[in-house]
Design a protein. Structure first.
Length: 269
């Protein structure tokens, strides 16, 4: 049963803090919006308002500052993974969720159960009663989280938070770079960046929608491994970093948007 719902989710995995910053999550939602069918778009706008999936996409991060709202939700956003896993290991993890290092998989899997979308009444998620609107907002956000490489990173360095880096001479860490700084360095608004990514990668949409969860996760995992290897190689030049990593970042944003649309079209009517 768990495997079925994970496959339906087409989810990948992550590690602590804010998986993508506000711009990244809005880019993903904006891309997904372009691939929604009419019925799904109508239902989402009925629930969240026009363009609501874009405007509400960061709410699940924002409530971390309000401990009374879903107080146990901090670890719903990430799934730590050790490095050196093989494709067979990744496939095995799809079938048997990790029982430590975050609850991104289990939470997303719960949200993707069909009975979550057959009623607008509050239903339990991880033991907390969640309204229909909140279920939708969390689903939109967590699918995006699944594609952030530093939320599929090592527990030992807290998903890159303890791996230090200099960004234009200022101290930062790998997690912050992939949450916000790499995206912000491109200088686009979320609408501009989404449009650029759609133009650049749009011809891949059909093939991405046909990929298995293992294939989608492997892409994220490979990116994460590459990020750590690049760091170990010692190139601390920010311009080099942006040049080498902006395309992998854009690919993951696009994959996330297409997958989010597929999930919503399958569940929201």
């Amino acid at each position: 049963m768990r495997k079925i719902f994970l496959i339906s989710a087409l989810i990948a995995i992550t590690a602590p803090a804010m998986a993508w910053g506000p711009t990244g999550h809005r880019v993903i939602a904006q891309i997904a919006y372009q691939y929604l069918n009419g019925k799904t778009k109508k239902q989402i706008e009925k629930t969240l308002g026009k363009n609501g999936m874009v405007y509400w996409t960061n709410w699940a991060d924002e409530i971390k500052s309000a401990p009374s709202i879903y107080p146990t939700s901090y670890d719903w956003h990430f799934q730590d993974l050790e490095q050196g896993l093989t494709p067979a290991d990744i496939d095995s993890l799809i079938q048997h969720f990790p029982n430590h290092g975050g609850r991104l998989w289990t939470t997303t899997s719960q949200l993707l159960q069909p009975n979550m979308w057959k009623t607008t009444q509050p239903l339990p998620i991880n033991g907390e009663m969640m309204t229909y609107q909140d279920r939708l907002v969390f689903l939109i956000h967590l699918i995006g989280d699944c594609f952030c490489p530093m939320h599929m990173a090592q527990e030992v360095d807290k998903g890159g938070n303890k791996t230090k880096f200099k960004w234009f001479g200022e101290p930062t860490n790998l997690h912050n770079i992939w949450d916000e700084q790499l995206i912000d360095a491109r200088g686009y608004s979320y609408t501009e960046y989404a449009q650029l990514i759609l133009i650049t990668y749009g011809n891949q949409a059909d093939s991405i929608q046909q990929q298995s969860p293992a294939q989608l996760m492997q892409t994220v995992y490979n990116t994460t491994s590459g990020i750590y290897q690049y760091y170990q190689n010692g190139d601390n030049n920010t311009y080099h970093y942006i040049w080498n990593w902006h395309q992998p970042c854009e690919q993951l944003l696009f994959n996330a948007g297409v997958t989010l649309a597929r999930v919503l079209n399958a569940r929201i009517h």
